[in-house]
Design a protein around this ligand. Structure first.
Ligand SMILES: [Zn+2]
Length: 256
């Protein structure tokens, strides 16, 4: 599994508010020990692996967009059974409220991004930069305590949710106008199928991935009948797939 050096992430952006667990007062003060009232919480499913999370209702759509940034732009799937969200608890061994008791934070892929004195993270640095541009506090930035790179918290208040949703949509790049279009085309080259979703390219390397795509998405090419396209396009797709793996933004071609 990929592990990125801490230095690959640079410095925390200067405009991140100093609310590593969210601005509790701005969100009405709810959290441990009483927890967040149930009517303020939403439980929903995100991502290709259908990860179930619970957050404040106000940030459900925001977090859904964040998941799309991780998975669709950066090819970083949230893994089922490895993500944590709302939990009304204190920090282990202390009397302080856990950031998870406010209903804002989500831990993404805990085993590969452990709470630890030793730095371990498989988060693509370009993805972390995108999330931090949305005023998310990242546990990978903790100082003088264990690193917690699985942990992200919106560090803004409810008044900024709409602004951050709009910023997330800009990162995703014109997603809304593409909603009516087929979401995937598939191209086969040298026995490897590549899926293209109008924004990113990625190789489909297993039947299981195929099943996931067909299960969760609108696909224009039936299972097992990948469209064969000309070599110039294949070369482009492979080049873009490499750019995606390197954490760069793939270019989008309108002709597909
Ligand atoms: Zn956490």
């Amino acid at each position: 599994m990929t592990n990125f050096e801490q230095s690959a992430f640079g410095d925390q952006p200067a405009n991140i508010p100093d609310h590593p667990n969210g601005d509790r007062a701005a969100w009405g003060g709810h959290g441990w020990p009483d927890g967040v009232p149930e009517h303020l919480l939403a439980t929903f499913t995100v991502g290709r692996q259908r990860v179930t999370v619970t957050t404040r209702r106000e940030v459900q759509r925001f977090w859904t967009l964040v998941n799309l940034i991780c998975e669709e732009k950066h090819g970083y799937e949230w893994r089922a059974g490895e993500c944590h969200s709302y939990q009304n608890r204190r920090i282990d061994g202390t009397q302080r409220a856990s950031g998870h008791s406010f209903g804002l934070a989500i831990d993404i892929n805990a085993p590969a991004n452990p709470f630890s004195l030793r730095w371990v993270s498989d988060m693509p640095p370009a993805m972390v930069a995108d999330l931090e541009s949305l005023l998310m506090y990242w546990g990978g930035r903790y100082r003088n305590q264990e690193f917690d790179p699985m942990h992200f918290t919106p560090a803004f208040g409810p008044g900024q949710v709409a602004e951050m949703e709009a910023a997330a949509e800009r990162i995703l790049g014109g997603r809304d106008e593409e909603d009516d279009m087929p979401q995937f085309l598939v191209a086969r080259h040298n026995g490897v199928d590549y899926a293209y979703d109008h924004r990113t390219f990625f190789p489909i390397v297993s039947e299981q991935q195929y099943d996931k795509l067909f299960d969760g998405r609108l696909i224009v090419v039936p299972h097992g009948q990948a469209q064969v396209v000309d070599d110039a396009l294949i070369g482009f797709i492979q080049g873009e797939a490499r750019r995606g793996q390197a954490g760069q933004q793939p270019r989008v071609v309108a002709s597909l």
